[in-house]
Design a binder for this molecule. Structure first.
Ligand code: ATP
Ligand code: MG
Length: 276
């Protein structure tokens, strides 16, 4: 069954930890508080989804973890170190996979290995990229250009590229948001395959509540802006998940809980809340 508990309650040393993170952007119309004392803990190997109202600060959160920006107050810790600059040990994938058209799919996937220091030979880099492409069903497409692939295939290649250098953490900012429903469900299953073969720690930003419970171990609901961690749902679906698991009474309960929490975050729920 779904279980809520207080945010940031892991006792063991987490891989990712946000400690009381607050951030305000300066804009032409004045200060815009975006994050307010945000606490999030993610254990090694855990898959965490973050949901929350549009504009509440989810992408800002991903930039903070990747070290692409610093919070005004509070700290972000990754692997026992305070994040103070961009981290190459973070893999990222976004809604629009930015693949380089002048490189083959294989060469696109190999790109991080050319940038992030590693001891692999060119042959080993190629083998690693080919292995990942085969895992996501793109064997035979290695020499194609990005424009020759469908949107779903490009997103598969983008996932391979974000994992090729074995990052400490994979950050996914609505990676399946632009895909049609069937392709999206295919990609969800691909994520499970990747995770079985290549265990990683992941933070997924999504607007799709079904996606959050199908993929994640824990779903964090952010409040409206300025965002706090409003609710944490532990997804209790033991064993290998299938799409049928989304139609069980337990899944319905979890989705109802999340929907209620989103309403609260939008300021429409029973318990009040913040407006986005
Ligand atoms: N560099 C910036 N300067 C000023 N304001 C910014 C900047 N980046 C983001 N914002 C504002 O901060 C708020 C949070 O932005 P963010 O992109 O983190 O939201 P989000 O939760 O990812 O939204 P969405 O669900 O629409 O993707 C928004 O109001 C946005 O306009
Ligand atoms: Mg965003």
């Amino acid at each position: 069954m779904a279980a809520g508990h207080s945010p940031g309650s892991h006792s063991e040393s987490p891989l990712i930890q946000l400690k009381s993170v607050s951030h305000t952007f300066s804009t032409a119309t004045g200060p815009l508080p975006v994050l307010d004392g945000l606490e999030i803990s993610i254990a090694e190997g855990q898959f965490t989804a973050v949901v929350g109202p549009s504009g509440c600060g989810k992408s800002t959160l991903t930039r903070l973890i990747a070290g692409l920006m610093k919070p005004d107050t509070g700290e972000v810790w990754l692997h026992g170190e305070k994040v103070v600059s961009p981290r190459s040990t973070v893999g990222m994938a976004f809604q629009n996979p930015v693949l380089l058209e002048w490189r083959s799919i294989l060469k696109n996937v190999m790109l991080p290995l050319e940038i992030v220091p590693n001891k692999l030979s060119v042959k080993e880099r190629e083998e690693r990229a080919r292995y990942l492409l085969a895992l996501v069903g793109l064997e035979g497409f290695e020499e194609k250009r990005p424009s020759e692939l469908s949107g779903g295939m490009r997103q598969r290649a983008s996932l391979c590229r974000s994992l090729v250098h074995k990052p400490d953490v994979l950050i996914l900012d609505e990676p399946f948001g632009a895909l049609d429903a069937f392709t999206r469900e295919d990609l969800w299953q691909t994520m499970h395959t990747l995770r079985e073969e290549e265990p990683f720690t992941a933070l997924l930003i999504t607007h799709d509540l079904r996606e959050s419970i199908f993929l994640a171990d824990e779903v964090v609901v952010l409040s409206g802006r300025p965002a706090k961690s409003q609710y944490v749902l532990s997804v209790d679906m033991p064993g290998k998940r299938t799409l049928d698991d989304l139609y069980t009474p337990q899944a319905s309960d979890m989705l109802a809980t999340l929907r209620e929490q989103i309403k609260i975050a939008q300021g429409h729920g029973k318990a009040g809340g913040h407006s986005a």
